[in-house]
Design a protein. Sequence first.
Length: 310
Amino acid sequence: DQIHFHEVGSMDAVADITAVCLLMKKLAPDEVIVSPIHVGSGTVKCAHGILPVPAPATAYILRGIPTYSADISGELCTPTGAALLKHFATGFGKQPLMKTSAIGYGMGKKDFPRANCVRVMLGETVEEESVGSMAPTDAAFAPAAAAESASAVSASSSEASVSSFASNGDIIELSCNVDDMTGEAVGFAMERLFEAGANEVFTVPCGMKKSRPGILLRVLCKPEDKEKFVQLLFKHTTTIGIRETKMQRYMLDRQIYKVDTSFGPVRMKVSSGYGTTRKKIEYEDLAKIAKEKGISLSEVEKIIQKDLNV
């Protein structure tokens, strides 16, 4: 009924964890993107005998993380590796558009039909950079931009990423009700929460006791950051109680492309996954064109949609 990690205290595991933690502290990346994890297949022999792959401890740690098993027989992800990935990863998916500055490889001892290695690439995501001339057709789209410029680490196994109907990991919702704060004070609190790295902050009007109009304030954050945001909520709001809800989220993979239109190049966000694809022109580009041409936002959008046949 309990999960026990026999090898976590071994010297090689201690060395692995210490080295990775020291390196991550030194690099201090803004993002760590990891490809879906190939766990291997078959069985593995351990202190408890012969167990299926992934081992129970590994499977437990990797809950909520995209994983897959292909044609490699053997254990490709250990509890130590799973714990490090889950702790440091800020997201799972494809490598972002980035300029690589350094590459590192970790080689395993076992021989497989394919390279037994983990590759890590350090670099900076690219901002608003076009990658050639593109006609306004689906087939001509090519990645042209990332949402922000930031240092990033992209880690992947030797296997190619595969789509998996799995959640993008756990997320925490912290919520509280207030009925004695001004709009300015609520706005100030929201700004502080966003500055601290909240995934999302939003309010919902609500009716409270004594027929008072109030505000339901909700904060979405990573599980490891919840204590920080609990402190910030108590510091910047008048609430005397905070509720916590643990959730799993599903997110579409988002890419930004630059496409040619009759107004010139504009950015289009393409969100895809789970059997659906959505395309949307970036609001800032629409607004800029509308102001320059002296026409409405909806008119600009209709013209661009006609140009792109979307």
